[in-house]
Write a protein that binds this ligand. Structure first.
Ligand code: SAM
Length: 322
C-alpha cells in the first residue's frame, strides 16, 4: 500500500473509532431511548431538556447497541498493555475484575438481540435438522459458556418440557443468569459455575443437545473443550456451534472491515481470555471457519452436510452429531 493511500486508510480507522466512542456516549446518556420513544421528530433541544442535559446536536441509528463495548474495552487498556509485556500476565480471564464491565455490556447487547436471534435465526436452523421436535417433546440441554444466560433462558421459555443447564466460568455471568431466570419465572433452567475444559464425569453421555455460542475461541484450549462436549453428548445427541465466520488466514480477511473490527475487539477481550490459561492457544475471535471445521472433525464430530454450515451475519453455524 502506498504511503498516501495508507494515510487515508488509517484516517478512516481513526475517525470511525471516534464516531463509535461518541455513539457510546449517546447510548449511555439515554439519547436514543428518548428519540425512540418520541412519536414524531424531536429536536436536540427537546432531547436535552427531557434528560436534563446540556444541548448537543446528535442523530444516530436508534437500534445500535455495539458502541458501549468500546468503553468496556477502553477500561482494559492498561491491563491489555501489561499482558503484551514479556514479564506481564499471559492474558485476562473472564474471572478477572476487568471482565465484569464487558459482561455487563454483553448482557445488555444480547438482551436487545436475543429474541430475534433465537426465533429468526437459531430455531429455523435447528428445525431443518429435527432438533426442534425433540426440544418440544422434552430433552436435556447444556449451554456451555452461557455468559449472562440470555440465550439459554430464551430457549427454556420456548421449550418448557425440556430442561436446560447454563454453565459458565464467570461468577458475574451466573448471577445475571439467575436474575433472568427469576424475572421470567422459569423452573426448567439451572445455572452452574464451571470450566468448559473439565466437565463433570457424571455428565458423560447425558445431554441430548449441547449448544455453544461465541465461546470456543475464548478458551485457552478449545480442542480439550470439544473433547469434553463429545464426552457429555448422548450417542444420538446434537451439538451446535456458533462462531465468527471469518477466514482462518488473515490474508483472506484483508479487505473485510468487519474482520478488522473483530481483530481489534479480540485484542481486548477474546484473545486475552484464550491466552489466560494453559496451554495459551490464543485463537481469539478470528480463529476462522476453516480451522474450526477442521477442529470439529479432529474431535470426531460429524458436521451434518454442507447445508448445515450457514452464515448468520458474520457468524458461522455448525450443527454436529457424534
Ligand atoms: C463472548 S462470551 C459469550 C457468552 C454467551 N454464550 C453469549 O453468547 O452471550 C464468552 C463466555 O465464555 C465464558 N468462558 C470463558 N472461559 C470459560 C471456561 N473455561 N469455561 C466456561 N466458560 C468460559 C466467559 O465467562 C463468557 O461468558
Amino acid at each position: 500500500m502506498e504511503k498516501a493511500e495508507f494515510g487515508k486508510y488509517f484516517t478512516n480507522i481513526f475517525q470511525d473509532g471516534f464516531i463509535m466512542l461518541s455513539i457510546g456516549i449517546g447510548h449511555d446518556l439515554g439519547l436514543f431511548k428518548v428519540m425512540c420513544e418520541a412519536k414524531e421528530p424531536i429536536s436536540s433541544e427537546e432531547v436535552a431538556k427531557k434528560l436534563d442535559l446540556k444541548e448537543s446536536n446528535t442523530s444516530f441509528d436508534k437500534k445500535w447497541g455495539f458502541s458501549p463495548a468500546l468503553f468496556a474495552m477502553g477500561m482494559r487498556s492498561k491491563a491489555v498493555k501489561e499482558a503484551f509485556k514479556k514479564d506481564g500476565p499471559y492474558g485476562i480471564s473472564y474471572h478477572d475484575e476487568h471482565a465484569s464491565e464487558f459482561l455487563h455490556w454483553l448482557n445488555s447487547y444480547r438482551a436487545l438481540m436475543c429474541d430475534e436471534t433465537v426465533d429468526k435465526k437459531i430455531i429455523p436452523l435447528l428445525d431443518q435438522q429435527g432438533v426442534v421436535s425433540r426440544l418440544k417433546s422434552g430433552i436435556k440441554v447444556l449451554d456451555l459458556g452461557c455468559g449472562a444466560g440470555n440465550h439459554v433462558t430464551a430457549m427454556a421459555q420456548r421449550f418448557p418440557k425440556s430442561t436446560f443447564i447454563g454453565l459458565d466460568y464467570s461468577e458475574a455471568g451466573i448471577k445475571h443468569g439467575n436474575k433472568h431466570k427469576q424475572e421470567k419465572g422459569l423452573t426448567n433452567v439451572t445455572f452452574t459455575q464451571g470450566d468448559a475444559h473439565n466437565l463433570p464425569d457424571e455428565w458423560a453421555e447425558s445431554f441430548d443437545y449441547v449448544f455453544v455460542y461465541d465461546v470456543l475461541h475464548d478458551l485457552p484450549n478449545p480442542h480439550k473443550a470439544l473433547g469434553q462436549i463429545y464426552k457429555v453428548l448422548k450417542k444420538d445427541g446434537f451439538f451446535s456451534l456458533i462462531e465468527l465466520g471469518f477466514h482462518s488466514n488473515p490474508v483472506d480477511n484483508a479487505d473485510d472491515k468487519g474482520a478488522a473490527l473483530y481483530y481489534a475487539a479480540s485484542t481486548f477481550i477474546c484473545l486475552q481470555s484464550s491466552m489466560s490459561g494453559e496451554p495459551h492457544i490464543g485463537y481469539g475471535a478470528c480463529w476462522g471457519r476453516e480451522s474450526i471445521e477442521k477442529a470439529l472433525l479432529d474431535a470426531n464430530f460429524k458436521i451434518n452436510g454442507k447445508s448445515s454450515l450457514i452464515e448468520i451475519d458474520e457468524e458461522a453455524f455448525f450443527l454436529c452429531t457424534k
